[in-house]
Write a protein that binds this ligand. Structure first.
Ligand SMILES: Nc1ncnc2c1ncn2[C@@H]1O[C@H](COP(=O)(O)OP(=O)(O)O)[C@@H](O)[C@H]1O
Ligand SMILES: CC(C)(COP(=O)(O)O)[C@@H](O)C(=O)NCCC(=O)O
Ligand SMILES: [K+]
Length: 249
């Protein structure tokens, strides 16, 4: 079985592929290395042989996780590395190694699935947009704060904005002007995200007319999917790219 990990700034997305059955054996989201090892140890029938991962964390943090996995499960670990070009996609950054690896893998996955021009939107701690032309040229992208960062900035830099996660979730039943603090903040931040997304769609249309595919991924993709009816929500887009960048024969 193959362990796949996508280590973001807030959460580790994990899944175990059963190479014999060619399917997903187990999957989940955890907020720490220890929680990951705990979950995996508790899985009955787990027989890990290999692991591939992508991380946007520091090398120290990634090495620490890798050592834990080697020690706990005796797996061989492969980490996705930056590349200037792969699977027909050309990294558009001036310094290709500075492009976030989660963005790069989502781009590889998107370009493979679209087989043409695509806009990849990832809603995690940060929100990112990347433009890939039909010939595989990465035109560049944008980074802005995601929902967790926007709401936390307001919570930590004001005196009177305080609310819990449950009321936050309830506040998003609609996007009418808020009549409570939680509604005003949650809906305000959602509208900022919508504005960002609509601008990306406009830009994509300027480049490619209607001839492009929009991919939505990341933990908060569902918050925005209503704004992009033509968008394809692909929660495992980074894993699609991970398998391309780290093939385990
Ligand atoms: N099972 C889950 N556990 C944690 N966060 C989740 C889960 N499902 C959706 N989310 C949402 O995903 C967001 C984090 O997205 P994610 O793509 O994991 O971020 P990152 O890659 O930056 O760690 C959170 O703000 C939360 O709202
Ligand atoms: C933009 C990101 C912070 C997104 O991370 P995430 O929200 O997925 O945790 C990450 O891709 C990153 O650290 N990128 C390096 C900077 C860049 O892509 O220009
Ligand atoms: K991510």
């Amino acid at each position: 079985m193959i362990l796949e990990l996508d280590c973001g700034n807030s959460f580790i997305k994990w899944r175990v592929l059963d190479d014999a059955a060619l399917g997903v054996f187990a999957e989940g989201v955890v907020d720490s290395d220890d929680a990951l090892v705990g979950y995996l140890r508790a899985l009955s029938g787990l027989l890990l042989t290999r692991c591939r991962l992508v991380s946007v964390r520091t090398a120290e943090e990634t090495n620490k996780l890798t050592s834990m996995l080697v020690q706990a499960f005796g797996v061989a670990v492969v980490c996705a590395a930056p590349a200037k070009e792969m699977a027909g996609v050309r990294n558009g950054y001036e310094e290709f190694e500075r492009l976030g690896l989660d963005r790069w893998l989502a781009m590889l996955g998107g370009f493979r699935l679209a087989a043409g021009a695509c806009l990849v939107l990832d809603f995690g701690t940060a929100v990112t947009a990347d433009f890939i032309a039909a010939d595989g040229e990465h035109l560049g992208g944008f980074i802005c704060p995601g929902m967790p960062l926007m709401r936390n900035q307001l919570r930590t830099h004001t005196r009177r904005i305080r609310y819990d996660d449950l009321s936050a979730e309830r506040a998003l039943v609609n996007l009418l002007p808020g009549r409570t603090t939680v509604e005003a903040v949650e809906r305000g931040c959602s509208l900022m995200l919508r504005g960002f997304v609509l601008t990306q769609l406009e830009l994509a249309r300027d480049y490619w007319g209607d001839d492009f595919v929009v991919f939505l991924t990341g933990g908060d993709a569902d918050l925005i999917s209503g704004v992009v009816p033509q968008g394809r929500v692909v929660p495992d887009l980074v894993f699609v790219g991970l398998a391309m960048a780290c093939p385990l024969s």
